[in-house]
Design a protein around this ligand. Structure first.
Ligand SMILES: [Zn+2]
Length: 324
């Protein structure tokens, strides 16, 4: 991703551009009071079907400890940059986990700079499509490392890669879209994070997906860098306002004050290609993360609690049909 900071200096705005980033099934319906009779033709999420209003207190099933284990599993393969053996292992692991959870899987392969990239898409349910995405590749050079001797080493990417995948795979274990009248697609996106290295672009996988959609989503939520032990998730300024309000409302409903409804950063991230297609999209990202794009982005910097806060927020948001 690319990172834009806007700072007000006197009465003028200065735009600074910095190179940047980028389980066992549950057989019962976890939310019996959430009726599944949403009208499939609902074209946008501006309509709130009465049938999708949660009638009982929400009891999340998302397990932060399990998500942490998914992150740890990925961290045995460093690096995981596009085309590397670790990247191949990670993609294969994602598919195995999704199969165990009973999702329908599509591998979307496409060429980029001599490499066959791979987006991995998992789908369940019926009705309007909600798409949740996270990149699974890691950055091949830690070009922001404070030690110049380490700037050509790979980023281990516990937060900037593994955390988003961990939340998506744990959601795959606990979410049952059949219960709430939506199609849910989980998108494990390739080639997000080698931008500006040897002429590579950012968000290559999401750009391919957004321009080769079989079905147009009504909403896209991207999770990126959401495992920081010191979690603070601000509004991302390019995101669709109504959509980000609904996600932050899902956090507030559960008392998660780590979601802060104020703008702080503007990102060019995996949500951007969808915005370019006119599709509502939000980037859920905590960019206050000192080890970003350094060799210090390691497993000890992320926590099960942070993964649970984001995961349970998305679990409630999904079970509300994306309308809160
Ligand atoms: Zn990154």
């Amino acid at each position: 991703m690319q990172w834009y900071i806007m700072r007000r200096l006197g009465c003028s705005f200065v735009l600074v551009l910095l190179a940047a980033c980028g389980p066992a099934g549950v057989s019962r319906s976890p939310f019996p009071a959430v009726l599944a009779s949403a009208t499939p033709q609902v074209p946008t999420l501006t309509q709130s079907p009465e049938s999708l209003v949660l009638k009982t207190p929400f009891t999340p099933l998302f397990d932060g400890v399990r998500a942490m284990q998914v992150a740890a599993t990925q961290m045995q393969w460093v690096p995981r940059d596009t085309g590397s053996p670790g990247w191949q292992h990670t993609g294969d692991y994602i598919i195995r986990q999704l199969r165990q959870s009973g999702w329908q899987i599509t591998e979307q392969r496409f060429p980029y700079r001599g490499i066959t990239c791979r987006n991995i898409l998992a789908q369940r349910g019926s009705g309007p499509l909600l798409l949740l995405g996270a990149h699974y590749d890691s950055r091949r050079q830690a070009d922001h490392d404070p030690d110049p001797n380490k700037q050509h080493e790979p980023v281990p990417a516990a937060n900037d890669g593994a955390s988003g995948v961990a939340v998506l795979l744990e959601l795959a274990r606990v979410v049952r879209p059949e219960a709430f009248g939506r199609t849910v697609q989980l998108a494990f996106l390739d080639a997000e994070d080698d931008g500006d290295l040897d002429g590579w672009e950012w968000t290559v996988g999401s750009n391919y997906l957004a321009t080769h959609l079989a079905v147009r989503p009504v909403a896209v939520v991207i999770l990126d860098m959401i495992g920081d032990t010191n979690l603070d998730v601000y509004y991302e300024s390019n995101s669709t306002p109504a959509l980000r309000e609904s996600v932050w409302a899902a956090a507030a409903r559960q008392g998660f004050t780590q979601f802060i409804p104020r703008e702080k950063y503007g990102m060019l991230d995996d949500h951007s290609p969808f915005l370019a297609q006119g599709i509502p999209a939000v980037d859920v990202i905590d960019f206050d993360y000192p080890p970003w794009h350094t060799t210090g982005d390691t497993l000890d910097k992320i926590s099960a609690t942070s993964l649970a806060i984001v995961g349970q927020t998305m679990e409630l948001w999904l079970n509300s049909g994306g309308v809160l």
